[in-house]
Design a protein around this ligand. Structure first.
Ligand SMILES: C[S@@+](CC[C@H](N)C(=O)[O-])C[C@H]1O[C@@H](n2cnc3c(N)ncnc32)[C@H](O)[C@@H]1O
Length: 456
């Protein structure tokens, strides 16, 4: 792999004696794959037997295949280990209001969701129309029950959520220098000018992000690039431009080091931010800073109340309640809304969202068909099999048929109706039992074939 000449000259100047080790780490083909386990699942022991990522709760080194049970059931999320440092730094408390402003494909969002444990609010936003679909798939697969998924630009959201969130994460679009090893194509569009373009965009995003942090709340800023223009210099600009914000120390361990004030304006507070260098730890590299907004900053108030859909008709309510009582064993609490024939469990206490583009108004519970209710895949993956009334355990051979879209044949006929299917104690979807047949409701767009090598 040939690093761009301008890149080499720049980092030779910045890193001096440390430059050769840095360049060498970028050009090895060392595998730094990682995954996080989902604390909402009964995680099989083999997944937690791998070496742990030192600074990331639920993080492990190693690869998990995309066509595996662990992946499909949302028991794991594959994530580059140094990226886990971002969620670990944000570490929201259950019950908090959290915004992930640049969220697709969802690595940090699912990590934030693990901290929230289903309590509080996770607004997860992605500006790109294609990428927001992937975000929604990953949020659903991970079984996140308390997310509102938006598809907006930061300047659309800031008037909707003024001074609203306890934590705002900006995992900024960046020049991606930390991706060079994993994705050498990232070098094709890299240039010194590109770094400046990214910095301009980051300032625009941050200008809106700061407006949504409540007094006393925190802003977490991260990039997967080494460029000081996008890292220390961006934070130096932020605290100068928005004096209500100050850098707070990021806890460092496992090879994570202080950021470099000398790469910006010399403000010693910049050392409170963190750098993850690939020559110092097992990971591709990241920059992470945490800023606190002054508790006594004047606050505005978000306007109005969200109307995320329509109220249920009494027939719809009855159908849903009958399903929930019989199959789930309980009727989940919360605000129910319908969008056309789709039923969602929506987060409460949201401001007026008529100027926002809501991609998912909450947890998708299912679809009203003529005189019946069909449960959603998202509800299955958000369900805890240990607290679900109707569960049906299938084996790994049957799971392969299931994700392929085939009906299953049972040896004995259980009572007719909907069941949460589980494989190795993980939820894998809802199936409808009629006689000895389980009708397949695995979403058509997600079906796949499992090959023998996927099971290794
Ligand atoms: C580094 S990626 C986010 C990765 C994600 N947080 C994760 O952990 O999976 C940055 C995201 O910012 C989005 N983005 C690009 N331009 C943006 C803008 N002007 N405002 C907000 N987001 C933007 C990109 O589409 C991209 O999905």
């Amino acid at each position: 792999m040939n690093l761009p000449d301008d890149f080499i000259t720049k980092y030779q100047g910045l890193l001096g004696d440390d430059a050769p080790a840095f360049f060498a780490s970028l050009t090895t083909d060392e595998n730094t794959a990682g995954y996080r386990v989902n604390p909402q699942r009964q995680v099989p022991a083999k997944l937690t037997a791998a070496p742990g990522v030192p600074y990331a709760q639920w993080g492990y080194f190693g690869g998990v295949k995309g066509r595996s049970l662990a992946h499909q059931s949302g028991t794991v999320y594959s994530q580059e280990p140094s990226a886990m440092f971002v969620g670990a730094t944000a570490a929201p408390q259950p019950g908090e209001r959290v915004l992930d402003l640049c969220a697709a494909p969802g690595g940090k969002t699912t990590h934030l969701a693990s901290y929230l444990q289903g309590r509080g609010l996770l607004v997860t936003n992605e500006i790109n129309r294609k990428r927001v679909r992937v975000l929604a798939e990953n949020v659903e697969r991970f079984g996140v029950p308390n997310a509102l998924i938006l598809n907006d630009s930061p300047d659309t959201l800031s008037p909707v959520f003024p001074d609203f969130f306890d934590k705002v994460l900006v995992d900024a679009p960046c020049s991606g220098e930390g991706m060079f090893r994993k994705d050498p194509a990232a070098m094709d569009y890299w240039s010194l000018d590109y770094v400046q373009d990214c910095a301009t965009r980051q300032r625009e995003i941050l200008t809106e992000a700061v407006k949504m942090v409540k007094p006393g709340g925190q802003l977490i800023y991260s990039t997967c690039t080494f460029a000081p223009e996008e890292d220390e210099q961006m934070m130096a600009w932020l605290v100068q431009t928005f004096p209500e914000f100050s850098l707070v120390p990021v806890a460092k361990s496992g090879g994570v080091v202080d950021a470099r004030p000398d790469w910006a304006d010399g403000n010693p507070d910049l050392a409170k931010a963190a750098r993850l260098f690939p020559q110092l730890l097992r990971g591709e590299g990241h920059f992470v800073a945490k800023l606190q907004r002054a508790a006594d900053a004047p606050a505005g108030k978000a306007k109005g109340h969200a109307q995320l859909g329509q109220k249920l008709s009494s027939d719809q309510r009855q159908l849903w309640q009958a399903f929930a009582q019989e199959v789930l064993g309980t009727v989940p609490a919360g605000d129910l809304v319908t969008v056309k024939d789709q039923l969602f469990l929506a987060p409460s206490d949201l401001p007026d969202l008529k100027h926002a583009h809501v991609f998912r108004p909450g947890l998708h519970l299912g679809t009203f068909k003529k005189n019946r209710f069909e449960p959603a895949y998202a509800l299955a993956l958000a369900s805890d099999p240990q607290h679900t009334a109707h569960t049906l355990a299938i084996d790994l051979d049957q799971w392969q048929q299931w994700v392929h879209g085939d009906a299953l044949t049972l040896t004995a006929a259980p009572a007719k109706g909907w069941y949460l299917l589980t494989c190795d104690a993980q939820p894998v979807g809802f199936g409808k039992v009629v006689g000895t047949t389980v009708k397949n409701f695995f979403p058509k767009g997600l079906r796949f074939t499992v090959y023998p090598e996927d099971l290794l």
